[in-house]
Structure formats: C-alpha cells, structure tokens
Design a protein around this ligand. Sequence first.
Ligand SMILES: [Zn+2]
Length: 208
Amino acid sequence: MAAPKLTIQNGTKYRTDDIRRIVRAAMKALGVRAAKRVIVKPSRKHFSGRANVGSRTREAKTIWIWLPPHFNAKEAACLAAHELSHTQGVCHGDMTREQYMCRQEVPWAKGLQLRTRITATSDVKAVETPAQRARRIVEKRSTHADDMHRKALTRLKRAQNIERKWRKQVQYYRKRQTALASEETARRARLRDADLSVFDVDEVDGGI
Ligand SMILES: [Zn+2]
C-alpha cells in the first residue's frame, strides 16, 4: 500500500524536509492509514499541539504543532506521535504518562534531525573569503551612504524651496508696505496742499 498523503504547512524556522521526515516516521510507527495535514507554527517558549480527533476506522486528518526556538528531532517526534495518535482516536486516558507528556521512547526517530533553515545571508557569510567579506561590507555601507545622501539632498531641496517661498512673501509684503507708505505720504501731501490753499485764502482774507 502506498504511504498516505502528507501535507505540511510550515511557518517556523525549522526545515520542512526535516519536519516531513519526522512526521513520516511517526506515521509509519503508528500505522497511520489516512492522509494527514500538519500545520507547524512557531511558539516562544513551550511546545504544544492539538489535533482533530478521529477513530481507528475513521482517522481525522489535521494536527497542529507549535515548536519553540530550541527543539530537537526527538522532542518533535514525541509531539507529532502524540497528536497523530489523537487522529486515530487515542484519548489522553489511553496514553502512558510518557506519551501524554510527550516524553515517550521513540526509537524510530533515531538519526532524524530538526535543523533550522539556512538563510541566504548566513549561507553567504559562511563561505566567503576575507576579501569577499570586505567587499560585501563596503558595498553595503556604500549603498547606505548613497541612500542617506539622497535623503539629505531631498531635505536640503525642501528647505531651499521653503526658504524661497518665504523670501518671496517677505519681498511682497515689503513692497506692499512701501507702496502703502508712499500712498499715505501722497495722501498727506495732498491734504497738506489742500490745507495750505485754505490757509492761504484765510491768510489772504485776514491780511486785509
Ligand atoms: Zn493530547
């Protein structure tokens, strides 16, 4: 009989191929006959799991496992076996204390690994020579300097635009003030002339 289908949704830093091998081994050890879906999520501190509960004759499909930062293949195997057994209808009451606590013996997990994914960057860092490393760092810092300079230029241009705008406003209002002042001077001059002409007349009259 072909092995039952296994779907893994892995949201952790652990390698999916390692998780797949562990779950496969657990499925084999438990005599799983139906397809399974395993949803793997990261947890901050403690491992945990849940499962859809099935029966021997009608296995449930889905289990969830939460893996903490420092976890190994044996621990993952215990957890996977615990949850998978729920899909086969096993209740906590049916389990040994070790199985319940996920501390059972799992000889079938011997030699399995639970490695973390190697990210592209750390991969590069691991193999590069000192010269390559120097080049990479200089390139990275040069790009950063370019970015910062571009940002500084933008800030400078913005400041210059603001300065130009207010300089024009200053010039405009100075002109307005001058214009208003000269209008006022002209008005006063006209008034004074008018007064003088009246005065002149009076004076002329009074002079008689
Ligand atoms: Zn349980």
